[in-house]
Design a protein around this ligand. Sequence first.
Ligand SMILES: *Cc1c(COP(=O)(O)O)cnc(C)c1O
Length: 396
Amino acid sequence: MEAKRIYVDHSATTPMKKCVLDAMLPYFTEDFGNASTVYAEGREAKKAINLAREQVAKAIGATSDEIYFTGSGTEADNWAIRGIALANKNKGNHIITSSVEHHAVLHTCAELEKQGFEVTYLPVDEFGMVSAKSVEEAITDKTVLITIMTANNEIGTIMPIEEIGKVAKKNNIVFHTDAVQAIGMMEIDVEKMGIDLLSLTGHKFYGPKGSGALYVRKGTKIAPILTGGAQERNKRAGTENIPCIVGLGKAIELATEDISGHTEKLRLMRDRFIKRVLDEIPYSRLNGHPTERIAGSANISFEFIEGESLLLMLDMKGISASSGSACTSGSLDPSHVLLAIGLKHETAHGSLRVSFGDSNTLEDADRIVDELKVIVARLREMSPLYEEVKKEKKDV
Ligand SMILES: *Cc1c(COP(=O)(O)O)cnc(C)c1O
């Protein structure tokens, strides 16, 4: 009999929970109303959206009139950055971000550069961390936005968001954070952390794909990027995707009801995996911060091997993992995040991201390590570089 497959790519996406699906289903068929209409079906739809808005608000310490639904995390990031840039055009044209952001942020900043904005891409330390001090030093009298992610999707490093929030507040600059990887992994409180805008997406915490939200602090001026009807209080036009909005609300409620219990389980798997890999596979290193990292996520570089071959061989053994970000796999460029923390191109190419989730067990972590040991050894046998290293070792 074939062993069950092990899915350890929860940073790329998660399977939807059955009860989330159950909450969504009626809104595809019997409760199909358009929320902009005045009759009963429309009111029912409106009610469903309002409940989801409260669920999202509660999960991050906001109020429901500060939550706007979007079609994805990518859209939330685009809107936050473009919307603040556009609304503050007369004030300044400078944006501060980091070199390890998701492409939804980096490529949006690059587009704005073409339109005359100036962007500072802050470097990170060897663990992938941005310092609040470097943010403060980058501020000019033209700075209108600071955008720094809460937790990194490739290496899991958690940024000093509260400190950066203080710097932003002190200097009266709008602070956006892409918290897509952080929801359900750590307590988020937009008040305590001094966050003015926050992006999130349902499919990273067992909700539906194509559901996202942007939190916008009351009183923050932001231009819409989708124009048309009056939906989302005139800020995001287009008939609301009610099933997805309902699913997002339900999923975020479940994801944030027992964060410490959930992350404790993930941490055990992750730490067991990391310890065994580093102990049992030579020439391997952990990428990202040793402690300030999201619970389920491990990123390891193996010298002398090719990450793509590693992934294919793991896949043949029934293990679904990633070489970094789903959005860059299939491209030959090494990850911008791994280069930013100082890895050489060759080392970055030999990297593996394992992100544990709800369905995984400690046995899964063990089975992955057992398979990895065999696969890495086999791939190294084919590497001329590794042969040389072995020879040198014998010579000394
Ligand atoms: C997945 C992800 C996104 C993109 O969200 P989508 O809903 O897939 O568009 C943005 N930022 C980070 C950090 C992510 O991990």
